[in-house]
Design a protein. Structure first.
Length: 141
């Protein structure tokens, strides 16, 4: 199935198959939360948005991080709590995030929440609020 012809427009930075590295700051900003805490932040964010949270990518290797994709130039204005890392903050070098295709074999990456025409990005302010609450232990497990 050609994903580029589906009802929801597929962002140009989503590969047609497999996965690809995309440079942070060009099409999106990225915030990464490692381990089970990243899953918890994603779950709380999805619950709050009726499962329309915007693009959230999960990695099944290494620290098993969860990466939240925000509109370009929206993440640096916030002070992210310990445990949530803004990717690409250091402008001395380029930073990249792995992006899976919407369908097919994409291991070790998968979508926890996909981008849609209505919600092309995770909302930075809401993610910040949820990340602060979860990382501070205010939101339950």
């Amino acid at each position: 199935m050609d994903q580029r012809s589906s009802l929801d427009p597929v962002p140009c930075w989503v590969p047609a198959s497999g996965h690809a590295l995309r440079r942070v700051g060009v099409h999106f900003d990225a915030v990464r939360v490692a381990g089970l805490v990243g899953d918890q932040v994603a779950y709380e964010l999805m619950q709050f948005t009726a499962f329309q949270a915007g693009p959230i990518v999960r990695s099944a290797v290494g620290d098993r991080s969860t990466c939240f994709l925000l509109p370009p130039q929206s993440a640096a204005a916030r002070r992210w709590p310990a445990g949530a890392r803004l990717i690409g903050r250091d402008l001395r070098c380029d930073a990249f995030v792995g992006i899976p295709a919407l369908e097919g074999r994409t291991w070790p990456l998968d979508w926890r929440s996909r981008p849609t025409g209505e919600v092309p990005f995770v909302e930075a302010k809401l993610l910040h609020e949820v990340a602060v609450a979860v990382l501070a232990g205010v939101v339950g497990p």
